[in-house]
Design a binder for this molecule. Structure first.
Ligand code: 5GP
Length: 203
């Protein structure tokens, strides 16, 4: 069988670009995709469930997990810690799942230094006006936090060239189809299939 090991897909992009919606829809569509659940010290928003959207933990617990090597990466974003629990990612990749990390730029760059073979995807909103509109209409953040997230977005854009792909999120279904195309094409890369090629040649 072609390339049995799963892909590590790192999806970044400004807050409000719709990364979460696109990744959630992808997981609903494809059973070969596992969405990593991050840990954070941020307070849950209305409707967010511990263990489903995030593991909501204290700062003490977070720093302890870093100390004991339990985090694949972590970063501080707008005053809160966010991190990827390492174990689940390793297990799922070994089980052949495509693992999606929906994380911000600093964390993504740390992952890239350990996993250069990962696939790095930056989600783009159709415009900055639309980004502001989405963040404001979401109504989950105060106006100050919206402004902070918009200025962080401007900084995040300066790192876009370190990503392999841009994913325009003008329409969620279209964006998910593009993401699926990226996954399928990445599985076909020659360097990911050397063993399979050898098997075919010897059959
Ligand atoms: P939010 O507070 O809106 O849920 O997330 C804020 C930012 O943190 C988003 O850009 C999100 O992708 C990012 N984020 C979520 N989980 C992680 C993580 O485990 N590590 C890092 N570095 N960023 C994360």
């Amino acid at each position: 069988m072609q390339n049995k090991r799963g892909l590590l897909l790192v999806v970044s992009g400004p807050s409000g670009a719709g990364k979460g919606t696109v990744c959630k829809r992808l997981v609903e569509k494809r059973s070969d995709v596992f969405l990593s659940i991050s840990a954070t010290t941020r307070a849950p928003r209305a409707g967010e469930v511990d263990g489903k959207h995030y593991y909501f933990i204290s700062e003490e617990e977070f720093t302890e997990r870093i100390r004991t090597g339990g985090m694949l990466e972590h970063a501080v974003f707008c005053g809160n810690y966010y991190g990827t629990p390492k174990r689940a990612v390793d297990d799922m990749l070994a089980a052949g799942k495509n693992v999606v990390l929906e994380i911000e730029v600093q964390g993504a760059m740390k992952v890239r230094s350990h996993y250069p073979e990962g696939v790095y995807i930056f989600v783009l909103p159709p415009s900055m006006q639309e980004l502001r509109k989405r963040l404001t209409e979401r109504g989950t953040e105060t106006p100050e936090v919206v402004e902070e997230r918009l200025s962080t977005a401007a900084w995040e854009f300066t790192h876009i060239q370190k990503y392999n792909y841009i994913l325009l999120n003008d329409d969620v279904e279209k964006a998910v189809c593009r993401l699926e195309a990226i996954i399928d094409a990445e599985h076909c890369r020659t360097e990911r299939n050397l063993k399979f090629i050898e098997e075919v040649c010897q059959s």
